[in-house]
Design a binder for this molecule. Structure first.
Ligand SMILES: [Zn+2]
Ligand SMILES: [Zn+2]
Length: 351
């Protein structure tokens, strides 16, 4: 089969590799659609270490091609969505409702639940082995297309998690920093949770325009507006919730400064290096503020819930797919995605 194989920082590409076998508890999925994620860029640039020889990719829709022993709840030939995070469903983290932090049998490890294209072969291939398939494969309803299902695996689940972790209440004012695919889904999640006012912040005019279609009421360009002052003005004292979806000091700090007392900063960004919390923005630690962080929730039940939202017409992530490539052209897809060219949000890749 063809697969996108990582060979070291800056070195990756399509190779011919053997079709894998499904072991006990695993399923072999024939991939019908996959995509490139921001974390894949970190991998190919050598910023997130994975072993050379690994197949990259963690978002996949496909058809069940073979089942290992002991897999329940899925059938051969069924259209399925595999969650990007594949919790085992049996370890301490999983059984304490922290499945994203799944530690498996190997003990605790940050990002333990993220296995596809991180610690095991991923989905930018014609076939992928899904671990703990009983817990991680969700049947796709007939009325939901592959393009609608694809982005639920990671982008939607992560963005929604930012809104859920903040416990947004009906009537809250919410500001979302960075309107990439995850920030856009965070805005949509805030809308589903009943926010009264959602403010999107991003320097890219195309992304701001998309945010208005994904639930934002107002959008600000941080290059031309004093965002913190404007958020305090339009909310009458600060946002109840600020969602950070980029992972930089500047956006984290601005998010903190936008909060009203007792507000919640929900952080989805991935930070590298040091992150400082300025005491003047943090009421010296006595402002009843909360800072919460999330990793994409995975597993079959999470995927089922997201698929139900799409099936019943409450949410549709498909408009985030702006470009389409064949698997053989994946290098061009990485280039376009990495350079943020041509208004790209997400790229659908067909094996
Ligand atoms: Zn991802
Ligand atoms: Zn687990």
């Amino acid at each position: 089969m063809l697969a996108n194989v990582f060979r070291g920082a800056g070195k990756f590409g399509i190779e011919e590799v053997p079709i894998p076998m499904a072991g006990p508890g695993e399923a072999l999925m024939r991939v019908t659609l996959t995509t490139v994620c921001g974390s894949d860029l970190h991998i190919v640039r050598g910023e997130h270490p994975v072993r050379p020889g690994l197949i990259i990719g963690h978002e996949a829709v496909g058809v069940v091609h073979a089942l290992g022993a002991g897999v329940h709840g899925v059938e051969l030939g069924q259209r399925v969505l595999a969650s990007a995070i594949t919790p085992c469903g049996q370890c301490r983290a999983c059984l304490s409702s922290h499945a994203s932090q799944c530690g498996g049998d190997a003990g605790y490890r940050a990002l333990g639940g993220w296995r596809f294209g991180n610690t095991i072969n991923g989905s930018q291939a014609e076939y992928v082995v899904v671990p703990d398939a009983t817990a991680n494969l969700a049947a796709i309803p007939e009325s939901v297309s592959d393009e609608q299902a694809l982005l639920l695996a990671d982008i939607t689940s992560t963005g929604f998690a930012g809104a859920e972790a903040a416990n947004i209440r009906i009537g809250d004012a919410v500001v979302v920093f960075a309107l990439g695919p995850i920030g856009l889904c965070a805005a949509a999640g805030a809308r589903l949770q009943g926010a009264a006012l959602i403010i999107g912040v991003d320097p890219d005019p195309l992304r701001r325009a998309t945010a208005l279609r994904f639930g934002a009421d107002l959008v600000f360009d941080p290059d031309s507006v004093d965002v913190v002052a404007e958020v305090h003005r339009v909310t009458g004292g600060g946002a109840d919730v600020a969602i950070e979806a980029l992972g930089t000091q500047a956006t984290f700090e601005a998010a903190l400064r936008c909060l009203r007392p007792a507000g919640t900063l929900s952080s989805l960004g991935v930070y590298t290096g040091k992150l400082a919390i300025p005491m003047d923005a943090f009421a010296s630690g006595i402002g009843d503020a909360r800072i919460v962080t999330s990793l994409c929730p995975g597993g079959k039940e999470r995927m089922r819930r997201l698929l139900e939202l799409v099936r019943h017409g409450h949410f549709d992530p498909a408009p985030l797919i702006t470009h389409r490539y064949r698997l053989g052209e994946i290098a061009a897809a990485y280039e376009l995605f990495g350079e943020h060219r041509d208004g790209v949000l997400k790229i659908a890749i067909t094996p």
